[in-house]
Design a protein around this ligand. Structure first.
Ligand SMILES: NC(=O)c1ccc[n+]([C@@H]2O[C@H](COP(=O)([O-])OP(=O)(O)OC[C@H]3O[C@@H](n4cnc5c(N)ncnc54)[C@H](OP(=O)(O)O)[C@@H]3O)[C@@H](O)[C@H]2O)c1
Length: 171
């Protein structure tokens, strides 16, 4: 079987902010729906802080949490030592998750895990949020030398915030 595609799924404000106080800096219902629609049926890789901020397993998905702490565990997820190990675990599949696709794995943050996963990624699915919020976690935009946008879908949320879903592929 060929290796699964590794995709970073990110929501990023114009000023690079992706997080504030270990939470998202905005509440955009359509963005959450996009997240759910995109990731359902897939394995997710996230950092331990992002796991803490969500606080529960997400239904219909397999959750791999990256932590350096070998003692760490939580109900409803699996711990991995590194992003590379988490990718290998997702690619191998699990008898406990027979319905989870192995075509595409989603890396869902936060910044530390996006940076560690970037060399493994073939795709970045980025929601570019038209806001400049305060925040304590930032991420650079995809490097245009390495990433090319293949589609852009501009939308306005019911709460009046503009956002664009941009599908980047590695050049
Ligand atoms: N806008 C978005 O799309 C988005 C998505 C997700 C999260 N966020 C936001 O991002 C923020 C959290 O991001 P963050 O960067 O602070 O934390 P994070 O990436 O979620 O988690 C960091 C933790 O992951 C583990 N870790 C990091 N690098 C590792 C490595 N190389 N090997 C093994 N384990 C490693 C460590 O866990 P241990 O300490 O247990 O060792 C570390 O404390 C929150 O504000 C969250 O809301 C935003």
């Amino acid at each position: 079987m060929s290796s699964p595609r590794v995709t970073l799924l990110i929501a990023r404000a114009r000023n690079g902010v992706i997080g504030h106080g270990n939470a998202l800096p905005w509440h955009i219902p359509e963005e959450l729906q996009h997240f759910k629609r995109t990731t359902t049926g897939h394995a997710l890789i996230m950092g331990r802080l992002t796991w803490d901020s969500i606080g529960r397993p997400l239904p219909g998905r397999r959750t791999l949490v990256v932590s350096r702490n070998r003692e760490w565990s939580a109900t409803g997820c699996e711990r991995a030592d590194s992003v590379a190990d988490a990718i290998a675990m997702a690619a191998a599949g699990s008898p406990e998750h027979p319905d989870i696709s192995r075509d595409e794995i989603f890396v869902v943050g936060g910044a530390q895990i996006y940076l560690a996963a970037l060399p493994h990624a073939q795709r970045i699915l980025m929601t570019e949020v038209d806001l400049e919020p305060d925040g304590d976690v930032h991420l650079d935009a995809p490097d245009p030398q390495q990433w090319r946008a293949v589609t852009r879908e501009a939308r306005t949320s019911s709460i009046g915030v503009g956002f664009e879903i941009v599908d980047y592929r590695r050049i």
